[in-house]
Design a protein around this ligand. Sequence first.
Ligand SMILES: [Zn+2]
Length: 506
Amino acid sequence: MHKLLTFILFSFLVLSGCKAQPASPESIPPQVETLEEIVILSEWNERDVFKSGLIPSQQHLPDEMPDATIYHIELNIADDLVHINGHQEVRYTNQEDVALNEIYFHLMPNYLGDEMLISQVSIDGASAEYVHEKEDTVMRVSLASPLQIGESIIVKIDFLTVVPTQLESNYGILAYTEDVLALAHAYPMVAVYDDEGWNIDIPSEQGDVTYLDVSFYIVQVNAPKDLVLVASGNEITHQSAGDRKIVTFAAGPARDFYLAASEDYVLTSQKFGEYTINSYAPKNLAEGSQFAIDVAAASIEFFSEAYAPYPYTEFDIVATPTYALGIEYPGMTAINVDLYDLEANLYGTTAGVYLESTVAHEVGHQWFYNLVGNDQLDEPWLDESLTQYVTWLYYVNQYGENSAAGYADALDSRWERIGHETIPLGLPVSAYVDGQYSAIIYGRGAFFFEALANKIGQKAFDAFMMEYTKSHQWKTASTESFRESAEKACDCNLEVLFKDWVYIIE
Ligand SMILES: [Zn+2]
């Protein structure tokens, strides 16, 4: 294994000495003459920049993940907010148990409604061959020689992301509409290699589109000055000149990097112990923005107590015009802007009711999606059904068993939509048709966890959930590893229960 010690130089950077750490916001003069003066130096093994975004008890994490993929990304957002020029350097280490002949990158904008154009790829400084596959949704980069176990390479990619200007694809997670830029999966993302090989399937229209490993990100965004930028991780530098600004974010460990931006965002912020919740919404929705903070705070506190501490020093909530109610990202969530007008009628109930259940659900994903990962395309029940269940527990914790019955009724009526059919939970997203995905994964799924708790006893179940979270944190869970953890907790055989609820019986 050869160890790489490389410095990244963003294209507009000037190297000034050998600083071990990027400048903290305090150490930067408030005024700069030109953006060219900004210097960010990040050495591949630099860890402190990530520690600053983690609560003290979690600051050991970056040192314990030396082989996790590290992204250094530059995003230059054009004034039209649609064209984004990108340069990305990735340090990828082979953490698998076989040598690899290639690396795959997801090019999600090619799936999400517009396009991602790749202009150049190099590996360790040498130009590399790349081909598009799966209807251009992935790129295979060939390696000149196999990457041995434990070896690292630096992959540099120049790209252009063109953002759709309508919400038609996958809930509008990547879009510029209604003066909001939602940048989901807008950089070439390293695919996961696991026992199935490279996971490069084209996602289904109805579910989450990613399955990613834990990584670290330093992202420098060059954008119009008046655009309020909200992103995964923490802002580590911020400079402006003329009508542009450059903001650098550091994030990780995390499974993705998300950014939303709008000139209309007004920040409401509140500190809770070791972390701060930031809520961004248009000015006229301040009441909803504050309510989102209240719900996020209560759910973070509850889930931190029940499963594992919330690891980051920040949690951001952004209002976007997505077609979904909400979407989870590491350290943040995008919430449908229609939910913020608390008293408004939405699908026959008040928007505030949806805002509460949605924020609690998306906060739950910080544990079950980001902290404990899973193949969201092949085993969506592990994050979605479980998150529905823990949202139910949030209501029980917050309002008591009787009041929470209303939420359980809502889950049941989702399942009722397909006549309580006992379709297994353990299917890939693409196998569910005609409303089955929502009914089974978001409805029936929650009741499996209730059945499991009834079977093994509430005390054993609670202990199991904490142990499951801790033993799988920053790793990838599977149906089998979930069952093993549960069986260990109860010292019992759960095959029958899994056959009744989860397994596909041929
Ligand atoms: Zn969800």
